[in-house]
Design a protein around this ligand. Structure first.
Ligand code: GLN
Length: 276
């Protein structure tokens, strides 16, 4: 029943056509500057024509991307990894993954080190100034993970609590815009361990990833506050002006949303997560 509910929630989340340009305003990626280098763009475009699309990700974000023994692309698995592989293969290409810190993804994209970013990345106005986003493929929201006996029932209850976020995620942006002090971690698992060990009171992170952490760890629950956290939309990023790749990605996403492939992947990877 619990699983059925979760799956239903996921499907509903994807069906929501909310088109807000992010959650809590703009992102804090100070590192994303304005690199408008035509030569770099040329290089990225010709690489994709060579038969390989190099996707950058941060494989610390289950069920979208994580490292496992036998993933869909080498050691990488998850909803995003399956989507990346299908986009490449349906266009007669191969998908390769470069795993890096979330904070480094957009810079690597601007430098031409990778062709695209697929990382459960929320479209934000600030990011959209630096890169081009595809059509959205998934709707999520920030939620709070707390201990089962926590008295936190809304975002405002975090005011006098110790808050953990993950560096560069939209959750960090939300908490900082609320004006609360927080500690940031490099990985979701590290923040959740702090919570499990009683060193922090609440972790703010994306909904589907929160569900995975709660199912993996005893004694945790999710608290939602839709008034405080707006819906967010995940999309694939390409270099500004790389319309060839963007058109290919958009066509693939539109087909996969319409024929149910993406919802099926979300169900598949959520079930896999809760059976572990
Ligand atoms: N959706 C969040 C963001 O874009 C987190 C993404 C991620 O950690 N992969 O910031």
């Amino acid at each position: 029943m619990k699983r059925a509910k979760k799956i239903l929630a996921l499907i509903l989340a994807m069906a929501m056509a909310a088109c807000t340009l992010t959650a809590c305003g703009s992102s804090t990626d100070a590192s994303v500057g304005e690199t408008e280098d035509a030569a770099v763009e040329e290089e990225a475009a010709s690489e994709t024509a060579g038969g390989v699309i190099t996707f950058g990700t941060n494989a610390e974000f289950p069920p979208f991307e994580f490292v496992t023994a036998n993933g869909v692309i080498g050691e990488f698995d998850g909803i995003d990894m399956a989507i990346a592989k299908q986009i490449a293969e349906e266009n007669g290409m191969t998908a390769e993954i470069e795993n890096m810190e979330f904070d480094s993804l957009l810079v690597a994209l601007q430098n031409g080190q990778i062709d695209a970013v697929i990382a459960g990345m929320t479209i934000t106005e600030e990011r959209a100034e630096a890169v081009d986003f595809s059509v959205p493929y998934y709707t999520a929201t920030q939620v709070m993970i707390v201990k089962e006996d926590s008295d936190i029932a809304s975002a405002a209850d975090m005011a006098d609590k110790k808050i953990c976020v993950i560096q560069g995620y939209t959750g960090e942006v939300c908490v900082s815009e609320m004006g609360y002090a927080y500690e940031s971690f490099k990985k979701g698992t590290e923040a959740v361990m702090e919570l499990v060990n009683g060193k922090c009171d609440v972790v703010v992170i994306d909904s589907a990833t929160a569900a995975k952490y709660v199912s993996d760890n005893e004694g945790l629950k999710i608290v939602e506050d839709p008034d405080a956290f707006e819906s967010e939309e995940y999309a694939i990023a390409v270099q500004k002006g790389n319309t060839e790749l963007l058109d290919m990605i958009n066509a693939a996403i539109e087909t996969k949303l319409a024929d149910g492939t993406i919802s099926a992947l979300a169900v598949q990877y959520t079930e896999a997560a809760s059976e572990e």
